[in-house]
Design a protein around this ligand. Structure first.
Ligand code: HAM
Length: 448
């Protein structure tokens, strides 16, 4: 069989050990910023019943209409048909919020301990056209905070996203765009006004709006406002503003989020075109963009979803969160030359062997292997040759491995119950009793 017969599926990626240096760094940074704000990890399954996503994200969203990885349920499973008219199927999660809210309700938190702050890092699946910054399997880091409608919680959540990017070395190249979606009754009023305003643009034979917008006009009118086609954007000028019909509580909330962000040293940028692609949002919505990435420049999106817990069958409980996509974040980092080369070397060194063990003769190999295993058990990262290489070639490998120590076992040392420990940095060597080896190495490593 030809070696190129199999390839990974379009829109997916193999992450090789060197790629994972950066991915692990992103994961560790995500966990650190979330834990600093007292968020705890939640893990939900990678797939759910399809109707969960339809109900929470909205039937008329791009994600639900076009991008779901759905698998029909096998009829032989024998369970009762679902309570809805939907044929039961499963969908690989296109995002994390729906599953987390489901788990929150199912776990009884809405009734028992509504105040919960959770984070997750894991793969999501969207059947999109793969392009720069967009994959079919991608990783999101997200947080979801339940049980408080206070503006400081919105600001805390946005602050975590910013902290993540700051710790990765992004300076002021990022834009944080913020808006409010008001409350449901505000959106109803606003939708009516938008329909009135936009209707003439969709009448007659010479409609100037793009094909997507024609669809949005009937299915999801708010999405007209975030169309990326320049002519459509021009035609959006003068559209009714939600803020003109927004209730006072929601307006005050929005102002307070701004104040809370300013209190933590951040000036938010108001952007009325942020309406988000998912239906569950209310009040605060925000996105973090790296503009050089063009039309797909959003690294992070999020906001409030105060009605979603109730929609999922729980007690009315407010919620707010965000998700960062690793894919566009990696692209932006690469463009900025981040992390610095020295940081990448440090990351590589953290997984490189600390000791490389060298056998002088064939008879030394097995005893050396036993010594190496002992060192590994003592927590020392230790490597040795498995291919019968000459001592000279083993020394070369030791130098290449960037190990701090070479450990040499020859016939004389073996008889004396010793090994030669060579410090490859300090270029000095000494004999150490085999029984003291682990302690000697651990001490030397912790001293530097
Ligand atoms: P979203 O805006 O759909 O929101 O996705 C969040 C981020 O995930 C995007 O800004 C982008 O960085 C990344 N992303 C989305 N699709 C892809 C893709 N195909 N390839 C690579 N990256 C992608 C949500 O998912 C909401 N659950 C966010 C949220 C959490 N809202 C409240 N809580």
């Amino acid at each position: 069989m030809a070696s190129d017969s199999f390839r990974n599926a379009r829109g997916t990626r193999d992450l090789y050990p060197d790629d994972l240096l950066l991915i692990h760094h992103l994961e560790r940074t995500a966990i650190a910023v979330a834990q600093a704000a007292a968020y705890r990890e939640i893990r939900t399954p990678l797939f759910e019943e399809t109707r969960l996503f339809k109900r929470s994200l909205g039937e008329a969203t791009d994600v639900v209409e076009k991008e779901m990885f759905t698998v029909p349920r096998r009829t032989a499973e024998g369970a009762e048909p679902s309570s809805t008219s939907d044929p039961l199927s499963f969908t690989f999660r296109p995002e994390g919020t729906a599953s987390v809210v489901r788990a929150y309700v199912q776990g009884g938190y809405a009734a028992r301990a509504p105040l919960q702050k959770w984070y997750y890092v894991g793969p999501m699946f969207r059947y999109e056209r793969p392009q720069k910054g967009r994959e079919r399997q991608f990783t999101q880091f997200g947080v979801e905070a339940f049980g408080a409608q206070s503006a400081t919680l919105d600001a805390e959540v946005i602050g975590i996203a910013l902290d993540f990017f700051q710790r990765l070395g992004f300076g002021d190249q990022l834009e944080v765009r913020m808006n409010s979606m008001g409350d449901p009754q505000d959106r109803e009023l606003w939708r009516d006004k938008l329909r009135e305003f936009f209707a003439p643009q969709f009448e007659g034979d010479d409609i100037e709006r793009c094909a997507d917008c024609r669809d949005r006009f009937t299915r999801n009118i708010l999405r007209l406002l975030d169309c990326k086609v320049p002519r459509c954007q021009e035609l959006n000028a003068g559209a009714p503003d939600l803020f003109d019909v927004m209730n006072q509580d929601a307006l005050t909330h929005h102002q307070q989020v701004g104040e809370a962000l300013r209190a933590i040293g951040f000036e938010p940028k108001e952007d009325r075109s942020i309406v988000r692609g998912l239906d569950y949002y209310s009040r605060t919505v925000f996105e973090v963009h790296y503009p050089p990435l063009g039309a797909r420049s959003a690294l992070c999106g999020g906001g409030r979803y105060d009605g979603l817990v109730e929609e999922m069958g729980g007690r009315p409980t407010p919620g707010v969160g965000f998700s960062v996509g690793f894919t566009p974040t990696e692209l932006a980092l690469a463009e900025l030359g981040l992390p610095p080369a020295q940081d990448m070397d440090d990351l590589r060194a953290q997984s490189a062997p600390q000791v490389f063990a060298i056998a002088v003769s064939a008879e030394d190999r097995l005893p050396l292997f036993a010594i190496v295993e002992e060192l590994r058990k003592a927590g020392v990262r230790c490597e040795l040759d498995h291919r019968g290489k000459s001592p000279k070639a083993q020394f070369k490998e030791a130098a290449k491995s960037q190990a701090r120590f070479a450990l040499v076992l020859g016939p004389d040392e073996r008889v004396a119950g010793q090994v030669v420990l060579r410090d490859l940095q300090q270029k000095e060597e000494r004999k150490v009793a085999a029984v003291e080896l682990a302690a000697t190495i651990t001490q030397a490593l912790s001293a530097t």
